[in-house]
Design a protein around this ligand. Sequence first.
Ligand code: GLU
Length: 209
Amino acid sequence: GLVGSEMCIRDSYKSLPARIQTLKSLKYKYYSVSCSHFLYFCRYYQNLLLNKIFNAMCGIVGYIGSKEAYPILIKGLKRLEYRGYDSAGVALIDGDLKLYKSYGKVADLEKYVEGKDLGGALGIAHTRWATHGEPNHVNAHPHFSENKRLAIIHNGIIENYASLREELIKRGHNFQSETDTEVLIHLIEDVKKEEKVDLVEAVRIALNM
Ligand code: GLU
């Protein structure tokens, strides 16, 4: 299962000393890296600090209903822009599961999807503030599962993603991005298949809930 998934919602209930403790324990993991990674980790800590202490940089919108989801999702993302982000993306279901994402602003995403199939009355959308994996198109959310039938967006940090990733690779999973988030959707998919449970139960098991 998954430990220490630091969801933004849960963070807001944490006391400041508890947040700083989390920061310290994460720091020790990265002591052995070389100097060339210095800038990357500066950004990593900057993000971590902003994320943990000010509890910002999270952007998730979801819609299910009778209207077209895409315009509602984009409107939602624009309302969340002030929180800061480096990339944005949406997933829509209209029979097929479609996924569009782009590095940069929500306006860049809108440009990227021009002329593409945006139908669907169910969707999720995300603005990302990178913590694991540099800000780029591939690392932007949403992420697909192996069979591309599930998509995920997530805010926060999955602390034990590296060991889960290794294990899932051994089990035949292929990862497209460097994010911790992508590991979670592959884990959910794996649990669903192995335990022969429905999606809700698979999510519950994967999150140790
Ligand atoms: N840890 C995830 C990533 O780096 C989520 C970042 C966020 O909260 O936007 O993709």
